[in-house]
Design a protein around this ligand. Structure first.
Ligand code: ZN
Ligand code: ZN
Length: 112
């Protein structure tokens, strides 16, 4: 069961990050390039059998932005977001659970 829900979602196209505030007060900031790299769709995962894997927080944090921008964010029902990227890709459905697991902040991704 996923108890996490966003209370606020903003896309900052200057800093190229998506910011999500959660119902437990946690704040996440996702670089566009990292979110794009973590796209959970079958095409980006390399096949349906690879779908449903948890996101790689390090990749979300560290992927270098080589010009990716976010054109549009749309809610999918009440459970997910769909992003339209500047490369035209829009197949990824990012559920709340996935986004929370992808949070690259120092609390969720401590340096080791
Ligand atoms: Zn994809
Ligand atoms: Zn976090």
């Amino acid at each position: 069961m996923n108890k996490f829900r966003p209370t606020g979602i903003t896309a900052d196209r200057t800093q190229r990050v998506v910011k999500i505030t959660w119902n437990d007060g946690h704040e996440s900031s996702y670089p566009f390039a990292g979110l794009r790299a973590a796209c959970p769709c079958a095409e980006c995962r390399g096949g349906h059998e690879n779908m449903g894997q948890p996101p790689d927080r390090r990749a979300v944090r560290d992927t270098v932005n080589e010009g990716i921008n976010l054109e549009q964010v749309e809610a999918v029902g009440s459970y997910a977001l769909q992003f339209r990227w500047s490369d035209g890709h829009l197949a990824g459905i990012y559920t709340w659970e996935f986004l929370r697991q992808a949070c690259p902040c120092p609390v969720c991704l401590p340096e080791s």
